[in-house]
Design a protein around this ligand. Structure first.
Ligand SMILES: [Zn+2]
Length: 277
């Protein structure tokens, strides 16, 4: 049994959907194939042998480019040998060095999402990639990864996490944004940066992604266009200017953000804490 679904998006670009939630919260891993090397954008929750799936698509050397260090993005890291992550995310990605606890947290995440599908959970549990000590190369804003005729530029997009990185390919008009730029954002006041700083992130991304037409986020199985960035900018500006919003409870069981205000504009939804704008 494999939870991975491979789809060819265009020449040399694939999505690998790892779905443990009946499409409610799919994890989308992307694979870019250059002339010399291939780049895997994140490794998902690690519910199975992702390396084998990647090998069925390409035999080229594969490097992993991380968008950030959350457990649903670094789960299968132990299967790969060359990985890049912004250094502000090292602690998060390695759970402060407690790998046993990290594996258990990943299993809990899967269990919570699968709810009553006990058999599927037991199956995944027996195949789960165990988290282990991983060496990460630091990657930061402005770094370029050359895969041979295909280049990805790292663009710092903090907000979702402090070291979130997006990868931009202006030549082929696409970008991978992880959870850094997506349709839904949470700013809960504790770990989050201010909405005002997120607006700077959006402006920076817009400047660096001038020729991007497709934005691939990590949990949405379709591409957004740059209109998403404009919608987020408009929503963020409205919040900064004191929008009259209601408190809402976000419908994601694994997130414990408490009561947050919600502001919507176009495709964008921003949940925020009025104490941290
Ligand atoms: Zn995340």
């Amino acid at each position: 049994m494999s939870v991975y679904e491979v789809e060819k998006i265009q020449d040399n670009l694939y999505s690998i959907k790892e779905d443990i939630t009946n499409n409610k919260f799919p994890i989308i891993i992307y694979l870019v194939i250059g002339k010399e090397k291939a780049a895997l954008i994140d490794t998902g929750i690690g519910s199975g042998n992702l390396s084998k799936v990647v090998r069925s698509i390409t035999k080229k050397q594969v490097i992993v480019l991380h968008t950030h260090g959350h457990l649903d993005h670094v789960g299968a890291d132990a299967l790969f040998s060359e990985l890049y992550l912004n250094c502000r995310e090292y602690y998060l990605a390695s759970n402060g060095g407690d790998f046993q606890a990290l594996t258990n947290e990943r299993l809990n995440f899967i269990k919570l999402n699968l709810k009553d599908k006990t058999e599927m959970y037991e199956n995944i549990k027996s195949h789960i990639v165990k988290s282990e000590k991983t060496y990460y190369n630091n990657i930061s804003d402005g770094d370029t990864i050359d895969l041979g005729e295909t280049k990805l530029e790292a663009v710092s997009t903090p907000g979702h996490t402090p070291g979130s990185i997006s990868y931009v390919n202006n030549k082929d008009h696409y970008a991978f944004t992880g959870d850094g730029i997506a349709d839904i954002h949470w700013f809960d006041g504790k770990e989050s940066i201010k909405v005002e700083d997120f607006l700077n992130t959006l402006n920076h991304f817009e400047n660096k992604a001038k020729r991007v037409k497709k934005i691939y986020a990590a949990h949405v199985p379709k591409a957004f266009d740059l209109e998403l960035v404009h919608d987020l900018q408009t929503a963020a500006r409205a919040i900064i200017n004191g929008a009259d919003d209601e408190i809402e409870n976000a419908d994601y069981e694994f997130l414990k953000h408490g009561n947050l205000y919600a502001h919507r504009y176009g495709q964008a939804t921003i949940y925020y804490d009025k104490e941290n704008i």
